[in-house]
Design a protein around this ligand. Structure first.
Ligand code: NAP
Length: 329
């Protein structure tokens, strides 16, 4: 039987999610990789337990996480039942729909038909009565935004979800989505965009849109899938994401140009007394609009390393400009 650490709320910091009543841990854990049918359930269990012991109260899923698609939710459901059922009210569990899940015209994108059917399937796989956050996983260029937002509103009103979220929506659509959801009476809690030192698309417009709409945000792949650590400096190690056939990080993305930057960033991190992964997390969390950094992990130690980032020193202006110089190449 799992007994969580008594002191689990003593070290984590929680940040308010936009203008909502919810506070999220600065570090959240996503189950995209390493929790699927191809992975080891006992390792998944160890990571979830350690995360919760360290005050990580938010686990992020989606219908398609695996592989195979759906298997991360199934595994999470097993672990929920065996370990976490008594702690359901201490957890924020999210899921999403938007990418391909089943054949035919109703198995992906943003129709009400797909979103609600998918959410019901996710709840079944996880053995939950409700998720805390349900996301539209990606904007659909063909479905009217009103329909997608009405589906999120319905998910909340019908008790399947407590809050609505959007993922990877550009700034203009974010503003429109927020307006529609507000008019329906279900404010948009949160945006989930990608963001890291190597992927800064949210900086020009989206951060302002988040501030203006009062939405919080949780940024995914803050370590650029592991590139922003020291793990690829000696080549592609066996067992790393880039080494796996189903890993989303492909070896050709690990270019010499990236590695030169990683090496320089690693030196700066060490001079600050932290690991590069920790520095990359401190860096995304420097924006008040970023509520939480959504990491992935393949081992318990990576979660411990990430949580170690939350009490690290803020950046001096000199350090920030050195990072800019390194990233500019
Ligand atoms: N909304 C969306 O469209 C979307 C898209 C993608 C992801 N997400 C969410 O974001 C979550 C995180 O994404 P991500 O896994 O790409 O995030 P990430 O934190 O950038 O990358 C995680 C990977 O980095 C490596 N790593 C982590 N900590 C490390 C450390 N201390 N030292 C060295 N390597 C370390 C591990 O790779 P190894 O396996 O190589 O050890 C780990 O699996 C997902 O689980 C999912 O919930 C959402």
């Amino acid at each position: 039987m799992y007994t969580p650490a008594q002191n689990r709320y003593e070290t984590m910091t929680y940040r308010r999610c936009g203008k909502s009543g919810i506070r999220l841990p600065l570090i959240s854990l996503g189950l995209w990789h390493n929790f699927g049918g191809v992975d080891t359930l006992e390792n998944a269990r160890a990571m979830l337990r350690r995360a919760f012991d360290l005050g990580i109260t938010h686990f992020d899923l989606a219908n398609n996480y695996g592989p195979p698609p759906g298997s991360a939710e199934e595994n999470f459901g097993r672990l929920m039942e065996q370990d976490f059922r008594p702690f359901r009210d201490e957890l924020i569990i999210s899921s999403k729909a938007g990418y391909l899940m089943w054949p035919g015209p109703y198995g992906e994108w943003g129709s009400r038909k797909y979103l609600i059917a998918s959410l019901d399937q996710s709840l079944g796989r996880m053995g939950l009565d409700y998720v805390d956050i349900f996301y539209s996983h990606r904007p659909d260029p063909e479905t009217p935004l009103e329909e997608t937002m009405m589906a999120l509103d319905f998910a909340v009103r019908s008790g399947r979800a407590l809050y609505a979220g959007i993922s990877s929506y550009p700034a203009d659509l974010t503003r429109k989505a927020a307006e529609i959801l507000k008019s329906l009476g279900t404010p948009c809690l949160i945006h989930q965009p990608s963001y890291s030192m190597f992927n800064r698309w949210i900086e020009p417009d989206l951060l302002t849109a988040l501030r203006d709409t009062g939405m919080g945000s949780i940024v995914f792949s803050p370590l650029a899938q592991g590139l922003l650590s020291d793990k690829y400096l000696g080549g592609i190690a066996a067992g790393s994401r880039a080494s796996k056939p189903h890993g989303y990080l492909r070896p050709e993305q690990i270019t010499d140009d990236k590695l030169t930057k990683v090496r320089a960033l690693n030196e700066l991190a060490l001079a600050r007394g932290q690991s590069l992964a920790q520095m990359a997390l401190t860096w995304v969390l420097r924006h008040p609009e970023v509520t939480s950094a959504l990491i992935g992990a393949s081992r318990v130690e990576q979660i411990e390393d990430a949580v170690g980032a939350i009490h690290q020193p803020r950046f001096s202006s000199d350090e920030l400009s050195r990072i800019e110089t390194i990233l500019a190449g």
